[in-house]
Design a protein around this ligand. Sequence first.
Ligand SMILES: [Zn+2]
Ligand SMILES: [Zn+2]
Length: 288
Amino acid sequence: MPLLGAHLSIAGGPHLALLEARRLGCDTVQVFTKAPNQWSAKPIDEAQASLFRRTLRETGLRLPIAHDGYLINLASPDETLYQRSLSAFLDEMHRAEQLGLRYLVMHPGAHLEDSEEAGLQRVARALDEIHSRCSNYRIRILIETTAGQGTTLGHRFEQLARLLELVAAPRRLGICFDTCHVFAAGYDLTTAKEYDATMRHFDRIVGLKRIRVFHLNDSVKGLGSRVDRHAHLGRGQLGLEAFRQLLTDPRFTELPMILETPKEDGDNKCMDEVNLATLRRLLAEASA
Ligand SMILES: [Zn+2]
Ligand SMILES: [Zn+2]
């Protein structure tokens, strides 16, 4: 069975996200290690870090994940922003390592007015630098598939493959496959047939064995819209069949599958419960 989890808040202390994950009956979890819309944050002190690591052991959550902040753009042609992004990402690495997290999911970034290839080269250069400065770290970086808003990279499978080709140590990297992003980028997943075709395509270009984590989000916008807006499972343009296919795909049984769906919906204050129940129902139906 895949490991089901959700992106949860660390407000009030990082370990609280783990307690919430346990309350929800999750097998795994994803967090930001700081406010995602700010460049810097107070360092995590050792007491907080050890409480987090102890809570991880107690809750038994497996393969816990960090997601990097929104401001970081390692593809930026602006040298100042590039350097700022690099040091912010190194800080993200450090925080995630301190907390004992297993993966740090990152978006490749946006090339802006420059070319796609130049942008990918800058990201690869940054990843090489990060790997050489964090050579003793246990945490692994996962590049996320993106919806391709504006000039963001990572929405074509070829761009992910090119990044893996450009970096010095591709084996240290993995991929985080986001269902909403892949669909919005133009790859269909809505039927068993389309799901198979998209996975075959991904396998040919990037390799399915590179995938370490899935983000399970339905999509508000349509196929190829290149707009990144997450919907509750079964309430978007993707529909439930895509999730049924993924959950029951024998190639992905041991992988974390993380919800990044909105937290509230009108009266319902815990939509994570609702979306997790949907996933569990799909799994139960498949084994019935
Ligand atoms: Zn995602
Ligand atoms: Zn998204």
